[in-house]
Every structure is written in C-alpha cells, then in structure tokens.
Write a protein that binds this ligand. Structure first.
Ligand SMILES: Cc1ncc(COP(=O)(O)O)c(C=O)c1O
Length: 414
C-alpha cells in the first residue's frame, strides 16, 4: 500500500505563525529557505523526536536524514546525554557564577582535539565571529580571506553587500577565493602584503545547490604553509563537520593543524553550546577580545557536551556513522538504477549531498525528494544531509522502499 502524508495541523499552525512571527518560521527551518520544494509536501512543525525519527504536528513519523541540520549525532533524546543534562539542570544551570563543569568540558574538548584552550558560546556564528576578532586582535590586520559560497553564519561580516541590513563597511575587508584554488590565495597575499588576518574555510566544500567537493591532494598542506609563512591565522570552520569526520576535529581528519577551529552542531547532541578552540599562541589574543552572552556559561549544555563527546569516543561513533552512510548510499544507488535513474552522491558520506543526473534544473530531483518526504523519509533538496548513530538496518530498508515508491510516483512526470 502506498499511503502519503497530509499536513493539516502544520498548515494551521503556520497560518497562526505568519501573523505573529516574521515569515512564520524564519531561517533554515522555515519553508521559505528553498530546500523544501514543493513546500506543500513538507511538514513544518514538529511534535516530538526520538532516535532517528521525528513526528510532525499531524502525527506523521519521519526517518530524519537532516538531523536538525547537524546537532543530532547520537539519536534524538539520547538517554546518556539527556540524563547528564537533566542532572545538571536540577543541580544548577544559569547561575551568577559558573559551574565547575565548565572546566571539565574545556579539559575534555582540548584533550580530544589536541588544542590548547576552549572558549564556549551558544551558536556557530558566535564562534566564527570570535575567530575573526581573535585573528584581527592577534595580527593587527583587517582582511579576511574566505572561500566563495562558504557559510559561516549570519553576522554582518559573513553576508554580502546588497543583502538587507548589510552595509559596505561590514564586508569591505572580505576577500574571496574559489575552493581548492591555492593560486588565488597566493595572489591575494601578494596583492595585500601584511594585510590579511585570517584564512577561514570549512574543511571541505559543502555549499547548497552544488556538488560538494573534498580537498585536493596537498590542498590543506599548502594553505597551512602559506598561512605560517605570512603570519595569517588559519581558521577551520568545523561547525557542520565537527565530530562527524574525526572525533579530534576535521583539521586532523585532513592532516592539517588549524590555529583556530570552531565547533557547534554535534558537540552536545542538540544542547546549545558552541566552542572556539585554539593554539596557545592565540590564547592572549582571544583573552583580549570582549565577548560574552547571557547564557554562554550555562551549565546544562556543558554537561550534555561532556556526555556526548565521552559517548562518541567510547562507541566510536565516527566509524559507525560511516558504516551506516555507506550502506544507505549503496542502497539508494541500486534503487535509482532499478528505476533507470542515476543518483549522484558527493561530499563526505556522513554528510552527503545528492542530486540526479540528466536533471539540470533539479525538477525531477525535487519531485523525488518531495515524494520521499510525504512517505516518511525526510530529505531536503539542495543542502547536504546528515547521518546519526540511531539509524538502523530497518530504517535503511524502509528508506529504500520509500525511495523506490517515490521513483514510481514521479515516473509519468519525468
Ligand atoms: C560551516 C558553518 N559555519 C557556521 C555556521 C553558523 O552556525 P549557527 O547557525 O549555529 O550560527 C553554520 C551553520 O550551519 C555552518 O554550517
């Protein structure tokens, strides 16, 4: 039987939301973000989540391959992480002075990543901005080199001129290079001698609407050499990849040592904490930066982070994720082939991006994704996906069955 979901309650909630919330649901979880097309096939409001699944407001169950856009790594509501967080919540969370678990978390994180210090905030953008300020404080320089189409959050410096609310001064010190192009970085260094404070990039290229690309051979080695030679701070933005490629950080995964590395999403299985970790040489500079927030030193997420990292190390979650991802991808490729389609999977397997061949405008891909979603497999169209450790063989079998039904559902249209 091939039943599809309906989203009556989600829509009613959305209509209420539109009256009191700008765009109803803003940002990457909202229907206007472009990853949920056609919007009518996607749920908007969640009701509960557990393990590899979430249930929407209408009671529909989904195997979730977006993992809250990264934070869900062990499975929603992981018992060990939740137990540690709840115990800390009962003990004390947001208090006038900080709980001692701050120190435990910083020790665990520096020990795990091989960095010398950790500074905690809430969101990814908090720490990418802190990284840029730290690099500027350390070097006394203004310019920041970033990779075209890279994403580092929503602070004004990360946006583009012409975007609402962004002024020239916000972005006038940004310089862009193409991914994997070391020559362009060399040219910028020659053009702006002694002016570049930092090179900031994700460990590999994972933009939306584009095939994802891994670093070319020796890419990071060459970038590292140039940064060292020219006194430029090398910042690896590991907000999205962190703890999915290597528990020590994605700089280690690709054989390079960052001066500063940012962590967020998977650090505490969904509890809200982010971290900037760095080298001893930058400890003075980061200490000089005035930077804090009302909830940044709350203890509950620290306890969750300690439990999450401890569990990921104990269970070798990185290897487990890779195993699940490989199994899923080979199944998806087979199902596509059996339906005379070709699915193209790029990027790191645990964070794969997918599209179909012979589908230049993505219309067929969007239709297939939408048919998967309304049968209980939550993919999105133009963003990379994520694996969590709670995905079972049964979930993969269910996914492949849905993928097959989705191909059959679009057969007459494409
Ligand atoms: C690579 C990268 N950097 C920074 C950010 C910003 O993180 P946040 O949305 O938590 O501020 C993101 C978020 O997706 C990201 O993927």
């Amino acid at each position: 039987m091939d039943k599809v979901y309906s989203y009556t309650k989600s829509r009613l909630l959305y209509n209420r939301a539109l009256k009191v919330i700008p765009t109803g649901v803003y940002g990457h979880l909202g229907p206007s973000n472009g990853c949920a097309i056609p919007v009518d096939y996607f749920p908007i409001f969640s009701h509960k989540a557990k393990g590899a699944y979430f249930w929407d407001a209408d009671g529909n169950k989904f195997v979730d391959y977006m993992c809250a856009y990264g934070p869900n790594i062990l499975g929603y509501g992981d018992e060990d992480v939740d137990k540690a967080a709840i115990a800390q919540l009962k003990k004390g969370n947001c208090v006038t002075i900080v709980d001692e678990c701050l120190v435990d978390f910083a020790e665990l994180l520096t020990d795990t990543t091989g960095k010398d210090w950790a500074f905690f905030c809430k969101n990814g953008g908090d720490v990418t901005s802190l990284a840029v300020m730290t690099a500027r404080a350390a070097t006394g320089r203004k310019k920041i080199v970033m990779v075209k189409n890279g994403y580092h959050g929503v602070a004004p410096w990360t946006q583009k001129l012409g975007y609402a609310g962004v002024i020239e001064e916000d972005v006038s010190n940004n310089l862009c290079v193409h991914w994997n192009d070391v020559g362009e970085f060399e040219n910028l260094i020659a053009k702006y001698p002694g002016e570049i404070a930092a090179f900031i990039s994700t460990p590999y290229y994972h933009p939306t609407f584009e095939d994802n690309v891994l670093p070319a051979e020796n890419y990071w080695k060459r970038i590292r050499e140039l940064c060292t030679r020219h006194g430029i701070v090398l910042v690896i933005d590991d907000i999205r990849c962190g703890f999915r490629l290597d528990i020590k950080g994605s700089d280690v995964h690709y054989g390079v040592k960052a001066d500063l590395i940012t962590f967020c999403k998977a650090i505490a299985n969904g509890y809200n904490v982010s971290a900037l970790c760095g080298a001893e040489s930058l400890k003075g500079a980061v200490s000089d930066v005035f930077y804090t927030g009302s909830y940044w030193l709350s203890a509950e997420p620290f306890a969750a982070g300690i439990a999450c990292i401890t569990k990921m190390k104990k269970e070798n979650t990185v290897a487990k994720l890779r195993f699940i991802a490989d199994k899923l991808h080979s199944g998806l490729k087979d199902v596509a082939k059996a339906n005379n389609r070709e699915i193209i999977i790029t990027g790191e397997p645990v964070m794969w991006y997918m599209r179909h061949s012979n589908d230049e405008n993505f219309f067929m891909h969007q239709a297939w994704v939408a048919e998967c979603v309304r049968r209980g497999v939550f993919f999105t169209n133009h963003h990379n996906h994520f694996i969590n450790a709670a995905v079972s063989d049964e979930d993969i079998a269910f996914t492949l069955d849905v993928a097959d039904k989705a191909y059959k559902a679009i057969r007459d249209r494409f």
